[in-house]
Design a protein around this ligand. Sequence first.
Ligand SMILES: Nc1ncnc2c1ncn2[C@@H]1O[C@H](COP(=O)(O)OP(=O)(O)OP(=O)(O)O)[C@@H](O)[C@H]1O
Ligand SMILES: [Mg+2]
Length: 483
Amino acid sequence: MKFTLLKRLTAGYGAILLMVILLGVFVAYNLNQLNGLIRGTAADGITINQMEQLREAMFSLTSFEKKFFISRDADFREKFMEIRNYLNSELGTIAQRMDTESKQKQYAEVRRLYDQYLGLFNAEDQRVAAGGSYPSSDYESRNEVIVDGINYRLKGIVDSFRLDREKKLQASGAVSVRVLDMTLITGVAIIAFGILISFVNARSINRSIVMLQKKTREIARGRYVGIPALGGPPEIQALADDFNRMSDKLKQLDELKIDFINRVSHDLRTPLTAIKEASDMLMEGVYADSPEKQHQLLAITKEECGRLINSVNRILDLSRMEVKMMEYRFQPCSLVPLIQRTVLKLAPLAQSKEIELELCPVPDLPAVKIDDERIGQVLENLIGNAIKFTPGNGRVRVQAAPMSKQRDAVGVAVIDTGPGIPEADLEFIFDKFSRVSSDGQTATGSGLGLAIAKHIVEDHGGRIWARNRTGNGSTFIFVLPAA
Ligand SMILES: Nc1ncnc2c1ncn2[C@@H]1O[C@H](COP(=O)(O)OP(=O)(O)OP(=O)(O)O)[C@@H](O)[C@H]1O
Ligand SMILES: [Mg+2]
């Protein structure tokens, strides 16, 4: 299967579109990832700040604890309680920010130590309130261990968050670089691929167009050349095939034209020569003493003039018919007398060739609306052709009949026992100037008769065609609509 131009373009640009879509999906996926990383980094920053504040609050809490125990001042106790409440609520909310197991473990440890710290504080507070001296023997050392533990773990959590934030920043950088690289590479690939597709397609079209241009110029110079197989897209090959057909047709027409001019000049020259010779003889007084011979010469001159006028008129008629300027005088009448007259007119010609010209019994025919002079011309050409192309001792029959039960048309057939028409030429035989060479047949005439007949019949709303008979000979049929 060959790739048409449309398929090539669709496939090429479809591939580009697919690449663009894939790139789009890739970029969207990575941007989404980048977005997640940036959000994570921002969230880590907030948590780090909160944790730092917690550490500061812890520091203030221990400092107010010491001041309170030393001074027993209620204000310090109140401050201590304030910070404790703050810490209680913050430790509660910040718990959900612990996003890894190790952070959650460290955080649980902070909570446990913090609760221990508060328990120790309460016990010491009650003891001192009951009159005990501050500090009790192991209070300070236990307190120090707990507070150090809390601070150490809080710092550990902050460091973990810092490390995570750093990792996320690095990952964001990597994603950005990846997106940029991919976009650049794919972009360059898409452009290169697009240029390649356009170039390949343009080249295959361009080569053919240049070739067509060259061949068209040659045809314009009168050299009817063909285009070899182009090997491009099928549309271009089809164009080249049409071009070759056109070139063949032009060549054929050119040959027909030359042939026609030769034949017309021959047709005109023969009567003109005869007229010239007869008038020379008359002027030279060759038959001055024989009025009978002079009359014969004048009769020849008149006959040749008639042939000359007839030839020229046929050419003019055909030209008028081709541009639809022929004028007809339509009248309703019967075809029978017209057929009879034409057969009678051509009987001597048939006789001279010893051809049996027969008019089959004509049934009752519906009337037709015709220009009888023109239809007479059609009959004359068909019967004349049959006599002309049928060898001596042959037979020509003319038949006429209504075409259907409805009697809405009349058909006339001229059947001969001549050489027939080569099958391949049957469809061209009604073209002007067409003359078919069959065996043993010397073509005479200008090849206009059937073309004129076809125009006349079709201008009457009818149809004309030819077919070969089994055995030998041909049949020409024309049908006219009933009036
Ligand atoms: N009955 C027939 N048998 C065989 N060939 C025929 C017959 N009638 C026509 N042809 C072929 O068709 C060609 C065209 O016929 P057409 O009547 O158009 O031209 P013509 O008879 O050669 O010239 P013109 O009619 O102009 O004097 C003829 O030259 C002949 O080759
Ligand atoms: Mg003819």
